[in-house]
Design a protein around this ligand. Structure first.
Ligand code: AP5
Length: 216
């Protein structure tokens, strides 16, 4: 858990490498649905573009489908879900049905000036989805992906405009903060100061997860 730009996606990718279990990001799944023009995607687009939350019915539908895929059997990392109390309660019911339990909930804390700075510099590759921050480019040139063979130009997410980021932060405080309290009440919440270089945040995350058993 954490505000937009707090580093959830960046650190989840590191957990994937470490634990060999999938990252399940509702933001990525919704962006993929929008790009493919699915029914869910068409219905989610307006809320995403405005920085609001997509309705629970859609989000829970895509989570239910994703958790049923075979690679989720050994475990999974939820990134950006649940984002309100209704989603947290629905997740509890879903997991009970699957006979699995949450090991830990990690909350990333980063101040808002840093969030605006990080998000305004974020660019990603439309092919491999790798995320870059403030990628360098010669004046007048467009930054390109250095990982893909044909070096496609990097793109900015439509919801990363500053006014939309401010709306996302308001929604986060109103809807998502209470979810942290929900998990704190269950003894699952670990809060880390995520305002530090990426490697340092990874070290803090691993320390916060040190009591979690590795997947079988
Ligand atoms: P989503 O894609 O989940 O966006 P978000 O939560 O706003 O989070 P971000 O992806 O912006 O940030 P992040 O915390 O992953 O940070 P990142 O690692 O990329 O959701 C988008 C939209 O989808 C929502 O607004 C909503 O409409 C909808 N949605 C999604 N889930 C939903 C749900 N459950 N219910 C309803 N609607 C939902 O890092 C950000 C930048 O900072 C990058 O450039 C990165 O390189 C850089 N960076 C990362 N760590 C560091 C560091 N330590 N130091 C310096 N830079 C860093």
């Amino acid at each position: 858990m954490g505000a937009p730009g707090s580093g959830k996606g960046t650190q989840s990718q590191r957990l994937v490498q470490r634990f060999r279990i999938p990252q399940i990001s509702t933001g990525d799944l919704l962006r993929s649905a929008v790009a493919r023009g699915t029914d869910y995607g068409k219905r989610a687009k307006a809320a995403m573009d405005s920085g609001g939350l997509v309705v629970d019915e859609i989000v829970l539908g895509i989570i239910r489908e994703r958790l049923a895929e075979p690679d989720a059997v050994r475990g999974f990392i939820l990134d950006g879900f649940p984002r309100n109390l209704a989603q947290a309660q629905a997740l509890a019911t879903m997991l009970e049905g699957l006979g699995v339990a949450i090991d830990a909930v990690v909350l990333f804390e980063v101040n808002y000036d840093e969030i605006i700075r990080r998000i305004s510099g974020r660019r990603s590759c439309p092919q491999c989805a790798r995320v870059f921050n403030s990628p360098g480019a010669a004046p007048g040139d467009v930054p390109r992906c250095d990982q893909c063979a044909d070096h496609p130009p990097l793109v900015q997410r439509p919801d990363d405009a500053e006014a939309t980021v401010r709306r996302r932060l308001e929604v986060y405080e109103r809807e998502t903060r209470p979810v942290a309290q929900f998990y704190a009440g269950q003894g699952l919440l670990r809060t880390i100061d995520a305002q530090a270089p990426v490697d340092e945040v990874t070290a803090r995350l691993m320390a916060a997860l040190s009591s979690v058993p590795p997947p079988a």
